[in-house]
Design a binder for this molecule. Structure first.
Ligand SMILES: Cc1cc2nc3c(=O)[nH]c(=O)nc-3n(C[C@H](O)[C@H](O)[C@H](O)COP(=O)(O)O)c2cc1C
Length: 314
């Protein structure tokens, strides 16, 4: 199978094979930052943050410089990843792409639109592109666009979730995609990573498991709610951000969002000042179905070690 792969696809697989466990601490809006990426590299996995987490383009420049210097100081230039919104309504796209070319993260992941917009630039400096997809149709589109890797975001994922069960989605996508394949959604333990590999994934992304970490930007109240919550404390709705996402019910109630509002849809729009626009994410908190595994606020190194020990047992 690997004979059919492009040079950059082989590189992407090699990156995940070189890690302590084939895991990326997933990019999370208003949660991930350079500190998480540096701690992830130090712990032997890959970290990522959404470019949109920096308040403005000057801060993003500073963050990317800190990240690049920080991870290089820890190790011999370990890989790191940047996450970009590629939706056509997102105003900062072109400036963010310039910074990506300046700092050259080894992996660029794209969300909420066509990865075509970043491929040429990222391949130009020797980077690789992975695209988040939730359906076989979107997976085909991203594959046709020339991405190096796909990440299947499945039912129960934190943030903008998928609808499909991972068993079925991996099987369908593997019929036409032999390239690097990632799985996201409820990955919280080493067993989950092994299971994903058995199903046909090469690597995984875990988000919810890393929100309650000392390095994250999540508030103390958000982390405490994660520790107290389980799968039954979540609701999936398009009403908050316009895209189907899983939210913690107590935070919806606190924000005054009624049951009736949960059934309304909202227009997807990433234009305007990103620091003001998605107020929803500041007051209403997201988590995936794996939230029950979060039992304490821990360091990223501790979380990775727990997952690694569990992974080694099987
Ligand atoms: C609070 C939160 C914010 C997120 N923000 C983003 C984002 O900005 N970009 C993105 O591509 N994915 C985002 N995600 C999705 C994650 O990258 C990842 O796919 C997901 O968390 C995996 O599911 P899990 O939380 O069950 O592990 C977010 C997830 C969470 C929980």
């Amino acid at each position: 199978m690997s004979d059919d792969l492009s040079k950059s696809q082989k590189e992407l697989l090699d990156i995940f094979k070189s890690l302590k466990i084939p895991l990326m601490a997933a990019p999370m809006f208003l949660v991930s930052n350079p500190e998480m990426v540096i701690a992830s590299a130090k712990a032997g996995i890959i970290g990522a943050y959404p470019a949109a987490n920096a308040r403005n383009i000057e801060q993003l420049d500073e963050w990317m410089s800190i990240t690049k210097n920080g991870i290089t100081a820890e190790n011999e230039n370990p890989p790191w990843a940047m996450n970009m919104i590629v939706h056509s309504s997102y105003d900062r796209f072109a400036q963010e792409l310039e910074l990506v070319c300046k700092y050259q993260p080894k992996i660029v992941s794209t969300a909420l639109g066509s990865p075509k917009r970043v491929l040429e630039a990222v391949h130009g400096y020797g980077g690789t592109v992975i695209a988040d997809v939730t359906t076989p149709t979107l997976a085909k589109k991203a594959a046709d666009a020339g991405v190096d890797g796909l990440v299947l975001v499945t039912n129960g994922a934190g943030g903008h979730t998928g609808n499909y069960h991972p068993f079925a989605l991996i099987a369908e996508v593997r019929k036409f995609w032999s390239g690097p394949l990632g799985l996201a959604g409820c990955i919280s333990s080493g067993k989950d990573i092994r299971a994903a590999q058995i199903l046909g994934a090469d690597f995984v992304l875990a988000g919810t498991r890393f929100i309650a970490s000392h390095e994250s930007m999540a508030s103390a109240d958000y982390m405490q709610l994660l520790v107290e919550s389980n799968i039954e404390d979540l609701v999936a709705t398009k009403a908050v951000s316009g895209v189907l996402a899983n939210w913690l019910k107590p935070s919806l109630e606190k924000a005054g969002i009624t049951d009736a509002q949960l059934h309304q849809e909202k227009k997807v729009d990433f234009s305007g000042d990103i620091a003001d626009a998605p107020k929803a994410w500041k007051t209403v908190w997201s988590a995936g179905h794996g939230v029950g595994t979060v039992e304490a606020v821990q360091r990223i190194a501790e979380i990775v070690e727990i997952m690694y020990q569990d992974y080694q047992k099987i």
